[in-house]
Design a protein around this ligand. Structure first.
Ligand code: S3P
Length: 443
């Protein structure tokens, strides 16, 4: 694991070198890792987890769940035990950089007799939280909101909240999950009428003994509901599959670097997470799923083989934006190496991720010689030679940092980033994996 100090900015440069080749294992999925620790923390008994992503975001969730009163123990590499508890009293938790961590935890604590003060790092403190606290308030949770809907915020939860029917304003698994987790202990039924989004919370709750029902609606939305109960979740074993969002960095690096042939092992192919691979294939990418299988926890996984390909620009299907929401920066890097223009639309939500990812991606490409048109809710990227030579501002955003370093692998003069320390939030082994594949990255 690359030792990078979290406190001091760490500039890094990547350069073009020979073809990439070899096999790496995908890091554990971030979404599932957060949920495994949280739901284990609420369950009756000891939940065991293998393959947990030990990135900074998840360690923030581990710390938070401990502060809420559950015992969380590391028993080996990626192996953890979580002893559930009934949370009560008061706690102050710092979720670091993790939007998923704080938003799901706000929902998770809502049905307990507990007061929790939530905060996070500078990036997290700038992100909107009312999308979560609005529905929680409707359920009867008291929220202290003194920073225009941003952290720090205090949630005064209660064992006496009501189930609601809530129509999500956007496709967001974080909103859906927060409401469902609050609904676990609420009175009556909680139903989220959602624009479809990743369903890891529903799958894990079902695996832990609570019935979550999903019904497709004629308007394209889905009803997702559960009945509140004082019954606790049932502890279980959770096998965390590889993260398709993290795997996309090596896959795109292989597609754009001449002569490359790379395999990423054990990548989850949940239909709400794999749209980036459909888009890369539509661009002409040689991306093959090998050895498909189902792992404990019910997720389908495969080893993804990617070989260098001649890519062509496409118009990315906006109806699948939620299914690849974290992959647009790296998809834009692939687009920079394609012939023609790739249009990405309907992605306004990218503006409120760890950074404003539309403008951060546009800047990272433009400054390195790529032609980009930025719109309020989209980007168009025209492929061509990548001059490189710029130092990219990462705005403390791990996916911007890794995307810039992948772009550097095909640049004339290398691409630098101002800081690599935050890559550890989601992909602590990124540098080790990239150098194992033959990439030239100077730290
Ligand atoms: C996540 C949901 C997505 C995604 C985030 C992880 C989750 O956010 O961007 O990285 O684990 O539920 P939104 O629900 O806000 O789209």
């Amino acid at each position: 694991m690359q030792e990078i100090s979290a406190s001091r900015p760490k500039p890094v440069t990547s350069y073009s070198a020979g073809p990439l080749s070899g096999r790496i294992g995908a890091p554990g999925d971030k979404s599932i890792s957060h949920r495994a620790i949280m739901l284990g923390g609420m369950a009756d008994g000891v939940t065991t987890v293998s393959g947990l992503l030990e990135g900074a975001d998840i360690l923030s969730t581990v710390d938070a769940v401990r502060r809420l009163g559950s015992k969380v123990t590391r028993t080996g590499e990626g192996s953890w035990q979580v002893e559930g508890a009934v949370w009560k009293g008061s706690a102050a938790v710092d979720c670091g950089n993790a939007g998923t961590g704080v938003r799901l935890l706000m929902g998770a604590v809502a049905g307990y007799d507990i007061e929790v003060e939530f905060t996070g790092d500078e990036s997290l403190r700038s992100r909107p939280m009312r999308r979560i606290t609005d529905p929680l308030s409707l359920m009867g949770v008291e929220v202290t909101d003194e920073n225009d809907g941003r952290l720090p915020m205090t949630i005064r939860a209660s064992a006496d909240i009501d189930g609601i029917t809530y129509e999500t304003p956007k496709a967001s698994a974080q909103i859906k999950s927060a409401v469902l987790l609050a609904g676990l202990r609420a009175k009556g039924r909680t139903c989220v009428i959602e624009k479809p989004s990743r369903d890891h919370t529903e799958r894990m709750l079902n695996a832990m003994g609570r019935t979550v029902v999903t019904e497709e609606r004629e308007d394209g939305r889905r009803n997702v509901y559960l009945d509140g109960s004082s019954d606790r979740l049932r502890a279980t074993h959770i096998d965390v599959p590889g993260d398709p969002s993290s795997a996309a960095f090596a896959v795109v690096a292989a597609l754009i670097t001449p002569g490359s042939d790379v395999v990423v092992d054990g990548v989850m192919l949940n239909p709400r997470r794999d749209a980036v691979y459909d888009a890369l294939r539509a661009m002409g990418g040689d991306v093959v799923f090998e050895n498909e299988r189902v792992v404990g926890g019910g997720e389908r996984v495969a080893d993804i083989r990617a070989r260098h390909s001649k890519l062509t620009g496409i118009t990315v299907d906006p109806s699948r934006a939620a299914d690849m929401i974290d992959e647009y920066p790296i998809l834009a890097v692939a687009a920079a190496c394609a012939s023609g223009t790739t249009h990405m639309n309907g992605i306004h939500e990218l503006r409120v991720k760890e950074s404003d990812r539309i403008s951060a991606t546009a800047a990272l490409l433009t400054e390195n010689g790529v032609t980009v048109e930025e719109r309020e809710d989209g980007l168009s990227v025209t492929g061509g030679p990548v001059a490189g030579g710029a130092t990219v501002r990462t705005y403390h955003d791990h996916r911007i940092a890794m995307s810039a370093l992948v772009l550097g692998l095909v640049s004339d003069r290398g691409v630098s980033i101002d800081d690599a320390s935050m890559i550890a939030t989601s992909y602590p082994d990124f540098f080790e994996h990239m150098s194992a594949l033959g990439a030239k990255v100077d730290t």
